[in-house]
Design a protein around this ligand. Structure first.
Ligand SMILES: CC(C)(COP(=O)(O)OP(=O)(O)OC[C@H]1O[C@@H](n2cnc3c(N)ncnc32)[C@H](O)[C@@H]1OP(=O)(O)O)[C@@H](O)C(=O)NCCC(=O)NCCS
Length: 139
């Protein structure tokens, strides 16, 4: 099922995040995020948490801060479903969602384009030496 995370999920979220990014627990303070009421939406099946997104509200727009799908579960529409769940439950017509993505992250850039995000800017050397696209979707 897709649902919002609670404190009970923190260990599993960090476990999944750390497989994908060794700096995950330093970069993302999941415990604090929950206290700050950031939106952490996850896919929780019988075998555990296999995907999550992190979104926060920044004054007048939403920022998609992180997205991760367990490698064995990719290309099954899960990331799209999580973002769609967030949009349906927490946004209204006219709201904007923004994100940054490394220009060479083909999977992520294709995903975002497919679900309606557009490139609105390029930030030079945003990730070390790699440029980032700023992408935006208006609901
Ligand atoms: C990017 C990521 C979240 C996509 O998750 P996913 O659940 O596999 O995505 P979906 O199945 O919903 O894919 C939807 C569309 O995205 C595109 N896409 C997804 N993976 C792709 C890939 N490896 N190559 C090319 N296009 C891809 C396709 O257009 C796909 O539609 P299709 O299956 O009809 O072709 C996943 O690959 C991931 O966790 N990557 C590591 C973490 C990461 O890079 N996060 C983004 C940082 S901004």
């Amino acid at each position: 099922m897709i649902r919002k995370a609670t404190e009970k999920d923190i260990v599993e979220i960090i476990k999944l995040g750390s497989i994908l990014n060794t700096n995950f627990s330093k970069t993302y303070d999941i415990s604090q995020y929950l206290k700050d009421e950031k939106y952490i939406i996850l896919l929780n099946e019988d075998d555990g948490i296999n995907a999550f997104i992190i979104v926060y509200k920044n004054i007048d727009y939403f920022e998609l801060e992180a997205i991760a799908v367990n490698i064995n579960f990719r290309k099954k529409g899960i990331a799209s479903r999580l973002i769609n769940f967030f949009e349906e439950k927490y946004t209204k017509k006219g709201d904007s969602i923004l994100l940054e993505v490394a220009v060479n992250n083909e999977a992520a850039v294709s995903l975002y384009k497919k679900i309606g995000f557009e490139i609105i800017n390029i930030r030079k050397k945003y990730y070390d030496q790699i440029d980032a696209y700023v992408m935006k979707k208006v609901i």
